[in-house]
Design a protein around this ligand. Structure first.
Ligand code: NAD
Ligand code: MG
Length: 401
């Protein structure tokens, strides 16, 4: 286990009396709402201090009335008045705007941030929470893809645990408990393969957003669902694994496992493989990240060996799903390339979801953007921000967005 992981035990077990005080950044999303279900089932273990949403004012208001946080943030300033009025009879403080996310992350009213905003927007508040010494339960993988070196360095400097929520990384994290002194030979990330497993380019060229949004095993936000269909999600996860577990690119492998029962594996130097298994349900890794190092009893459905009695594995089709090799290139070269790739991907997914480009165009756009933006080997945080903006502008201009 790395230095990072050793810090974790002490930092997250120090909950205050009313339970661990949680700030959910992105509370109206798929991860955010499932986290609130977990917290509602364990009222003595957690209290909700902060809830944030981009624009879903109605859900944010309902969540605030139910969980009575200290603070809510609505990013869309047009919605401020409505949220404020709906909560006037409470003592909940209401803030609005993008900057408010960072300001609230810097406050002292919480113990752990669940980073569940999607995309680049999650990076800055998460960095502020780390600088503020707050434990992070990390769902927002883009944060590590964009600036993993800086994020993890700051986490170590501030003695802040970064506990993965992503199911694959939670699986690896769980496999590493008790293995502090043992070297990892490799980690094997499992991938469901998404809705288009086995399909070829002549089919993919015609798929539409509605089709791509149907994931066989997981019910997730729109962006990650498209990323799963293109296999970019697995590419982002390879980069996420590098930073979380301090691995070399060649130690990170991907295998398609359509049943999504094995959530990922670690192979040690003696060849022994440890896997973490269960039904595909994000509530389990969310709960583990919130309660770590403890496990909490729950009544989630259990895996039944009689129902899913065949687990299969196959190599990813990297000729068809070219986002995965593009991400592997970014993983290998490092520098600002993963940041550039991520920015281009966010634009590509945005455009695909609005029927502006087709499924395969997404890969072409990412490839072009990666080739166009100047490579920086060791970027500063400012240079990551600039690379992100340059890549976004180039990608948007390329498709006349
Ligand atoms: P989602 O789209 O369902 O929710 C996103 C949340 O972020 C919402 O609360 C939204 O209001 C907020 N948000 C969106 N844009 C914002 C912006 N510009 N500024 C501030 N807030 C903004 O997404 P999700 O599926 O819950 O995913 C969240 C993160 O977790 C992503 O990074 C995703 O990759 C990761 N993740 C999700 C799952 C899953 O099962 N959904 C699994 C693993 C990892
Ligand atoms: Mg995942």
């Amino acid at each position: 286990m790395s230095e990072q992981q050793e810090i974790k035990t002490s930092a997250t077990s120090s909950a205050s009396e009313g339970g661990k005080r949680i700030a959910i950044f992105g509370s109206t999303g798929s991860i955010g709402t499932q986290a609130l279900e977990v917290i509602a089932s364990n009222p003595g273990s957690f209290s909700i201090e902060v809830l944030t949403a981009h624009s879903n004012d109605e859900l944010l208001i309902a969540q605030a009335l139910k969980f009575n946080p200290n603070i809510v943030v609505i990013v869309d300033e047009k919605k401020y008045q409505k949220v404020k009025e709906a909560l006037t009879s409470t003592s909940i403080k209401v803030f609005a705007g993008e900057k408010a996310l960072e300001e609230v992350a810097e406050m002292d009213c919480y113990d752990l941030m669940l980073a569940a905003i999607v995309g680049y927007a999650g990076l800055k508040p998460t960095l502020k929470a780390i600088q503020n010494g707050k434990a992070i339960a990390l769902a927002n993988k883009e944060t590590l893809v964009i600036a993993g070196d800086i994020v993890m360095r700051k986490a170590v400097e501030n003695r802040v645990p970064v506990i993965p929520v992503d199911s694959e990384h939670s699986a690896i994290f769980q496999c590493l408990v008790g293995e502090t002194r043992n070297k990892i030979e490799k980690v094997i990330l499992t991938a469901s393969g998404g809705p288009f497993l086995g399909r070829k380019p002549n089919y993919l060229v015609n798929v539409k957003r509605e089709h791509a949004l149907q994931h066989p095993n997981w019910n997730m936000g729109a962006k990650i669902t498209i990323d799963s269909a293109t296999l970019m999600n697995k590419g982002l996860e390879m980069i996420e694994a590098k930073w979380l577990f301090n691995l070399k690119p060649q130690q990170i492998r991907v295998i398609i496992h359509p049943q999504s029962i094995i959530h990922s594996m670690v192979q040690f130097e003696d060849g022994s493989l440890k896997a973490q298994m269960g039904l595909p349900d994000m509530k389990l890794p969310i709960q583990y990240a919130l309660s770590f190092p403890k496990r909490i009893a729950n009544d989630f459905p259990r895996y039944d060996f009689k129902k899913v009695n065949t687990l299969t594995f196959e190599e990813p089709d990297v000729k068809t799903f070219r986002n995965l090799p593009l991400a592997m290139e970014a993983l290998d070269k490092g520098g600002n390339l993963p940041c550039v790739m991520n920015a281009a991907n966010e634009i590509a997914v945005f455009a695909f979801l609005r029927n502006r480009i087709n499924f395969l165009d997404m890969t072409d756009l990412i490839e072009k953007t990666m080739a166009h933006i100047s490579f920086i080997e060791k970027p500063t945080l400012e240079e990551y921000f600039e690379s992100d903006a340059e890549a976004r502008n180039f990608a948007a201009d390329t498709i006349n967005l």
